[in-house]
Design a protein around this ligand. Structure first.
Ligand code: NDP
Length: 268
């Protein structure tokens, strides 16, 4: 068994007896892109309630910040103004792109606080009290037309790279909010600048970037309508991850089914 995180490509080729490759985190793109890892290998990842709880808190913070007009107060304070936004609370409907382990956890917390949430996945799925659109029966542009807060919690695959483009995001209503906590490769960064300038997007909360760390010269740093966190939305809890990895090792040895298995052909 190998346990990896962003390992050098082909490094796994040195270990011909390896049967199971585990990611140290929720994402697995570093494993999928390694040509030495093939369909003869089992692949697993970390799915952990602590990771999900952390993501719930991050996303809730972003949604409330936008909903309660905190960017408005930030500007008012800079200008020394006792000013009230109109409306005091922005009406919002959240669309979650990617309703897997994390997307579903985030949905629960947003619904508990009273927000309307709809989801979009690749395959159809039935989840009680949660409307999920899917790419087989619905179009993503129509999904965006329904919402004004878009949360991306997609995995990185060839199909999702560059998915958050001008062509797609221009379907959001004017004054929308974008929260990207999936992967930086999903967002066409220059397109976001254009959408902010046009007013289609009013606030963006970005945790992941095309290049990390975000280069110091990057225009996002100085943009007043972009909030930046340095890929800290949710990080692997070491003790829990160790338990999941050890458990999967035991399962491998005893021939039991591996937990949190990843499908190589699907890419997540
Ligand atoms: P899952 O694999 O459980 O869920 C992925 C979801 O994305 C599924 O609902 C899947 O659809 C959907 N999906 C995949 N491809 C497409 C597509 N082309 N179009 C529409 N929907 C698609 O992943 P997790 O929820 O555990 O994690 C999601 C991602 O979050 C990770 O891959 C990682 O990139 C990111 N992450 C970010 C962190 C951070 O700190 N910023 C921390 C942890 C993870 P279906 O259900 O039909 O298969």
């Amino acid at each position: 068994m190998l346990v990896v995180w962003k390992h050098p490509e082909n490094a796994s080729a040195q270990f011909p007896n390896v049967q199971l490759i585990s990611s140290l985190g929720a994402g697995v793109e570093h494993i999928i892109k390694d040509p030495a890892i093939t369909s003869k290998h089992l692949i697993s990842r970390i799915v952990d309630p602590t990771l999900a709880h952390s993501m719930q808190k991050h996303v809730l913070t972003c949604v409330l910040h936008f909903h309660k007009q905190w960017p408005f107060y930030q500007v008012a304070k800079q200008n020394g103004q006792w000013a009230k936004p109109n409306p005091i609370e922005r009406p919002i409907k959240v669309g979650i792109l990617g309703v897997g382990a994390l997307g579903q956890a985030v949905t629960k917390i947003l619904q508990t606080v009273g927000f309307e949430v709809i989801g979009f996945s690749r395959k159809p799925k039935e989840i009680p009290n949660f409307t999920v659109w899917d790419s087989e029966n619905h179009s993503l542009p129509s999904f965006l037309q329904e919402i004004n807060v878009l949360l991306s919690l997609l995995p990185r695959t060839p199909q999702t790279e560059g998915i958050l483009s001008y062509e797609l995001l221009r379907n959001l209503p004017k004054g929308s909010c974008l929260i990207n906590v999936g992967r930086g490769a999903h967002l066409v960064e220059d397109d976001l600048l254009k959408l902010l300038e046009e007013g289609t997007i009013d606030q963006a909360y970005l945790d992941v970037f095309q290049e990390e760390p975000l280069p110091t010269s990057h225009p996002f740093w100085s943009h007043s309508h972009i909030f930046i966190t340095p890929h800290t939305a949710s990080i692997t809890h070491q003790e829990n991850a160790a338990k999941i990895i050890a458990d999967n090792y035991q399962r491998l040895k005893t021939g039991g089914p591996i937990r949190f298995e990843v499908q190589l052909d699907r890419g997540y």
